[in-house]
Design a protein around this ligand. Structure first.
Ligand SMILES: CC(C)(COP(=O)(O)OP(=O)(O)OC[C@H]1O[C@@H](n2cnc3c(N)ncnc32)[C@H](O)[C@@H]1OP(=O)(O)O)[C@@H](O)C(=O)NCCC(=O)NCCS
Length: 301
């Protein structure tokens, strides 16, 4: 991508560059400056999957970014909108979003907004809001019941570790839940994730992946038709990470799943808002069918 625009901000002159030309260490430094937990490897995964632009000042410092992932030819997931704190509230964020829209003309957009960014997105026309809870903390699996009685398992079927032969089923369930084909996202997630699936009547009906992210591990994506099924496939991840930092981002409507997370050491730390422009929100393809119980990440949705 050639240099495509300039913006004068205060005493700065910003130039837009293709984000793939930028050293990931500089991108990481920018996300650290806004206290985001991403590791350099988290950036690298997004750089492999998506595109974006970076605003660079006269001496080559990266002061802003925005990225997008084209899940479909007519749908882009926007993420990693960041401006350096000393430049904020001067129009750089809006400028970067305008560029993202311009470079994806004709597409509908989705994103997960932080509280700071929600007003900006609303003013750009984003709507269909869905509250997302970020639950995180040291995983502390619930103790078994008295006298060795196990917690009641309210799901039917068998939970087992996911194997390579399951991958097509996971992608199919995800597509039913999200409404987009995220095969490429799964190609990146699967090699770095552990997964559990719930098998009922010989068919995979729910799954939960878990991978290193930020300060520890993140559980996600989790797709299931019911919260009980989602809990069944998430519980082994919580048990595997007992005593370690674990995070999951879940739509607030998942009351039972949120309760499961908080009862297992992950408190509600913050909230974000899933938003859309030009297209209705995530809807399960089949009413009552598989849906998004935990996000892959805020960036990936
Ligand atoms: C969100 C963020 C990108 C906005 O960047 P920015 O350069 O300040 O954006 P702009 O100057 O173009 O401001 C855009 C609008 O948001 C408003 N805004 C900016 N910061 C805000 C804040 N902290 N709280 C409330 N509103 C804010 C501005 O007032 C402006 O509104 P207006 O056009 O109605 O006046 C920036 O604050 C940031 O990097 N935050 C940390 C990372 C983050 O949360 N990114 C969003 C990911 S979804």
């Amino acid at each position: 991508m050639e240099t495509i625009a300039r913006l004068h901000l205060d005493t700065f002159e910003l130039t837009l560059r293709d984000i793939k030309e930028i050293d990931p260490a500089q991108l990481h430094a920018l996300s650290v400056a806004v206290r985001w937990p991403h590791r350099e490897t988290d950036w690298q995964m997004l750089l492999e999957l998506g595109q974006g632009v970076a605003a660079v000042d006269e001496i080559g410092r990266v002061v802003g970014t925005v990225m997008w992932l084209r899940y479909e030819p007519d749908f882009a997931m926007v993420c990693m909108l960041i401006t350096l704190p000393r430049l904020q509230e001067q129009g750089a964020g809006r400028w970067l979003m305008d560029k993202a829209h311009e470079l994806n003309r004709g597409a509908a957009f989705g994103l997960t907004a932080t509280r700071e960014a929600r007003r900006l997105y609303r003013s750009l026309g984003y709507g269909y809001e869905q509250k997302i809870l970020r639950c995180q903390g040291e995983a502390a699996p619930e103790a078994p019941g008295p006298a060795g009685v196990l917690r009641s398992n309210r799901f039917e079927g068998v939970v087992r570790a996911a194997v390579a032969g399951d991958h097509e089923s996971l992608i199919r369930l995800d597509r039913l839940a999200i409404g987009h084909d995220r095969s490429r996202v799964f190609q990146s997630l699967l090699p770095v994730s552990r997964g559990y699936v719930l098998v009922r009547n010989g068919e995979i009906v729910a799954f939960a992946l878990c991978r290193p992210f930020g300060r520890g591990h993140v559980i996600g994506p989790v797709v299931a038709a019911t919260e009980e099924d989602a809990i069944a496939v998430s519980r082994p991840h919580v048990e595997a990470h007992a005593g370690h930092f674990l995070r999951a981002d879940t739509p607030a409507c998942n009351v039972a799943y949120t309760h499961f997370l908080t009862a297992n050491g992950m408190q509600i730390h913050d909230s974000a808002t899933s938003m859309r422009l030009g297209q209705a929100p995530y809807m399960p393809a089949v009413p009552g069918g598989p849906r998004r119980i935990a996000l892959a990440s805020q960036a990936l949705g």
